[in-house]
Each structure stands twice: as C-alpha cells, then as structure tokens.
Ligand binder design. Structure first.
Ligand code: 1GP
Length: 240
C-alpha cells in the first residue's frame, strides 16, 4: 500500500521524491525519457495531474506504467483527471481556500467512482502558498493563497486539516513558481503536525531540494525543473 510505504519511509527519515507529470506538457519522447531517468535514479512516486485536460489521462498513465513499477498517484487538477490505471489518488481538499467545490463538492461527485475503483485513496489537505506571480493553480481554483510570510496561518490551516482526519498535507507554491515555499513556513508546519508533509512548486536544484527536506518536508514534488532538464533527476536524487 502506498500510504504505509510513505509512513514507513517517514519513520526511517528516508526523504521521498515525487516526479510530477503534467499530461498537457508532455510529448511521448520526453515522457519516456523522464520516466526512464526517474526509474533508474530511484525516485519514489510519479504524480500525474495538471490544470487543464486536453488529452486522455489514461493513455499517459499507461505509457508510464509500461516503463516502470514506481507507483503512479493521481494529483488531479479537475474531475477529468480520474483514471483506474493509476495506483492511487491524492484526494485533495483545498483547505487554504474557500471554494466549496474544491473543499468537498468535487469529492462528492467523485466518491462513487472512487468507491468502485481499486485506487488507493490518500486524503490530502492541499494548501496553495502565495508567490511573486499568480500561478495556474491559484487562478484555476479561484481562491486566495496563504500569505507567504504568515506561517502561523499555514500552521493553523494544516492543524485544522490534521484534526479533521486528513492523512497528508501539501504545501504548494504552484507549478513553475519562481520560489519554493519558505523554509520558515515548512518547518513551522512540520513542528506542529504529525502526518506526512508534501512540499512542491519552484524546487529547481539540488540545493533547493536539500533545503526543503531539511526544513521538514517528507516528500518533495518536482515537475517544471525536470521537464526543462531531465538530467537534473539523477543529480537531485543522488544529492539527497
Ligand atoms: C506543482 O508542486 C508541483 O503542484 C510542482 O511544481 O512544476 O514548480 O516543480 P513545479
């Protein structure tokens, strides 16, 4: 089971890396290159999802699965990004926002599908953090992000998610963010919660990855940097 693997690695302080595959931005050669490099480097998970849905997510996941045994976890940007070909799904509740559909509405629509699927469901308190510019996730979710310099609000939000029984937390600066979430915010959330902490958005180098892990992330998610330069995968995995 994916969640027990996450917990076990967390307990052994094994830092975990997820490669984000946005189906929109992948051509098949690039996708294969990233999947092969990630598999050879020993990354822990593939996350699949994005803001728009122009192509069949099933096909993208089947292409990944042909090349690797690494678990594929849906990171859905919308309801069109559900697939029985994945191994699991991060059931994201956007707890940093006040958009009822993204807090609970879409989950109700998806619940019968999820109940009938073999997908492992991992509930996740998803928090978008303000950056220097508006990211796709901010715009598409129609929500205000957490203020970047207000770690106490991030802590209170994360705590509320944990108290509600969510199984994981995700601090996201948004794909392609110019900077990752501040180390101060990551360590404040980490100190005050016990469930696995996922951090993504704007992590572009080995140094970024090490800093974000040292601040307390259990899993880091990298998409844009690997799309631009797939050889970074080996460098970052080896670096940590
Ligand atoms: C976005 O956290 C992910 O939700 C990954 O972001 O594309 O900036 O690596 P990047």
């Amino acid at each position: 089971m994916i969640y027990s693997e996450i917990i076990e690695k967390k307990q052994h302080a094994k830092k975990q890396i997820a490669v984000l595959i946005d189906p929109e931005t992948q051509n098949i050669q690039k996708l294969e290159q990233i999947v092969k490099l990630a598999t050879n480097s020993g990354v822990d998970y593939f996350f699949v999802g994005g803001s728009l849905t122009n192509i069949q997510i099933d096909e993208v996941i089947k292409s990944i699965k042909k090349l690797t045994n690494i678990p594929v976890i849906l990171f859905p940007g919308n309801l069109l990004q559900l697939s029985n070909f994945a191994d699991g799904i991060l059931l994201l509740s956007l707890i940093s926002g006040r958009n009822a559909d993204l807090l609970i509405g879409n989950h109700i629509v998806a619940a019968p599908f999820l109940k009938n699927s073999k997908l492992e469901v991992i509930s996740c308190g998803y928090m978008i953090v303000e950056g220097e510019r508006t990211t796709s996730v901010q715009y598409m979710s129609n929500t205000n992000p957490l203020p970047a310099d207000k770690s106490e609000i991030a802590v209170a939000t994360a705590l509320a998610g944990e108290l509600l029984g969510l199984k994981s937390l995700y601090l996201d600066a948004g794909s392609g963010a110019t900077k990752h979430v501040s180390l101060n915010m990551i360590s404040a959330v980490k100190k005050n919660t016990n469930i696995p902490l996922i951090v993504g958005g704007g992590i572009r180098s080995k140094e970024d990855a090490i800093a974000v892990f040292s601040a307390g992330a259990d899993i880091i998610v990298i998409g844009t940097a690997f799309e631009k330069n797939p050889s970074l995968i080996a460098e970052i995995v080896q670096g940590i």
